[in-house]
Design a binder for this molecule. Structure first.
Ligand SMILES: C=CC1=C(C)c2cc3[nH]c(cc4nc(cc5[nH]c(cc1n2)c(C)c5CCC(=O)O)C(CCC(=O)O)=C4C)c(C)c3C=C
Ligand SMILES: [Fe+2]
Ligand SMILES: [Fe+2]
Length: 387
């Protein structure tokens, strides 16, 4: 086979404190993160939430050195993958496409168009599929493919998720085994999987396979690890007023503390690189909650980053994808039509003409409330927990 391209998809993160607000704007402007009944409200609301949330979020980024390490780590993963594919005899160019910060997915696709590839493999750096992560990036790409005849000439294949890949599972099990050795009694340490949450409605109403994939993944990691340790799965990083996947990490930590657990090993599983939610949320915020709950020995497994077994696993997935029949945008899960998405359940009342009029009026009222929030800093968005 001639030259192939590999497009690594990731979320992106602010590199410096000034980037935080525009990064948050991009995130909240994504209808796969918040979907409003009126598309025209999407950007004003994103502007408002990002402006109001920026200070708190900047303070968190300041605690981890003033920016996200995500791009540097993703670049190192891309370089390691290029080398590994070269060793397997596959000349490949690896591109990085971030959803909410530079280098954006659109920039990567511009480069790809100039490079006359024979085949493109699209590989999200999220092991599990969610509408809000891989699904959102696929939607952006699908739109570009729809509008650009030159892209439609390109032979491509997606890898929707890979939480059950044996090489990935082995890399995770190795990282866990390595950390367990540091406990006074390794078999007694409680293993605590902390996955990034999503709103419950994504799973129940939009058909997001995320929760099922996370649950299957933790079982497979434990089977690969083959140790007698007890384990728990919980969901972190809840944002906003609606119900998210449960149990919530903070509540699960408190419950384990109350049960008398002293030795706890946290395993972040939704993400393969260190980022704000591991370095700040787990290492600082959840550690504090755990210690207050009486868990004295709180340790964390590092993210995979460029773990050699993990890079081998990525290379294997790319090689397999080159030989398998292509997987296209049409074949991956799409949110169900008319689904409710966070925080739409509060803002959608129906589709009749009368309801439309009322929706419009209420949306206006909502927007005024949001402006009040901006001016006073203490309005309804603080109340519901979005800020
Ligand atoms: C698999 C991982 C992730 C899922 C699922 C996910 C869903 C999701 N996220 C938000 C809101 C925010 N996410 C933020 C940052 C962020 N999110 C992920 C991963 C997943 N998000 C990562 C890796 C990062 C950090 C990137 C970095 O800078 O290193 C943020 C910004 C940070 C903050 O202010 O807390 C927000 C906000 C929602 C609403 C959502 C599902 C609907
Ligand atoms: Fe997130
Ligand atoms: Fe967070």
């Amino acid at each position: 086979m001639g030259r192939v391209g590999v497009l690594l998809l990731n979320l992106g993160g602010p590199e410096k404190l000034e980037d935080v607000r525009p990064f948050l704007f991009n995130l909240f402007a994504d209808p796969e993160i918040i979907r409003l009944p009126f598309p025209w409200l999407q950007k004003p609301l994103a502007w408002l939430i990002s402006t109001l949330r920026a200070k708190k979020s900047q303070a968190n980024y300041a605690e981890i050195g003033g920016g996200s390490p995500l791009l540097q780590i993703t670049e190192a993963q891309a370089a390691a993958l290029t080398t590994r594919l070269g060793r397997l005899g596959q000349d490949a160019k690896v591109y990085i496409g971030m959803r909410y910060w530079h280098p954006f997915t659109e920039e990567a696709v511009e480069k790809i168009k100039g490079d006359r590839l024979q085949r493109l493999v699209i590989l999200p750096l999220y092991p599990h599929f969610s509408i809000s992560t891989s699904g959102s990036s696929f939607r952006v790409l699908e739109e570009m493919w729809r509008n650009d005849p030159s892209l439609r000439q390109l032979d491509y294949s997606l890898i929707p998720s890979w939480y059950d890949h044996p090489g990935y599972l082995q890399a995770m099990a190795d990282l866990i085994a390595e950390e367990l050795k540091k406990f006074p009694n390794p078999d007694q340490a409680h293993i605590f999987f902390s996955a990034h949450g999503v709103p419950q409605s994504y799973v129940d109403e939009a058909g997001d396979p995320y929760q099922a994939e996370i649950e299957a993944c933790t079982r497979l990691i434990m089977r690969t690890l083959d140790r007698p340790n007890q384990y728990t799965l919980a969901y972190q990083s809840r944002v906003g007023p609606v119900e998210w996947l449960k149990p919530y990490t903070e509540e699960a930590l408190q419950a384990l503390g109350a049960e008398g657990i002293d030795d706890l090993l946290v395993v972040p599983i939704s993400f393969v690189s260190e980022h704000i939610e591991t370095l700040q949320e787990i290492d600082i915020e959840y550690r504090e909650i755990a210690e207050e709950a009486g868990i004295d020995n709180f340790q964390r497994v590092p993210a995979l980053n460029t773990h050699p077994l993990f890079i081998d696993a990525l290379a294997e997935m790319v090689m397999d994808s080159l030989n398998d029949p292509p997987c296209t945008f049409e074949t991956v899960p799409h949110p169900k039509k008319n689904m409710k998405m966070y925080p739409q359940e509060r803002w959608e009342w129906g589709l009749t003409t009368a309801a439309e009029v009322w929706n419009g009026r209420l949306a206006m009222l909502g927007f005024i409330a949001l402006l009040a929030e901006l001016i006073s800093g203490q309005g309804p968005l603080h109340f519901v927990g979005l800020l």
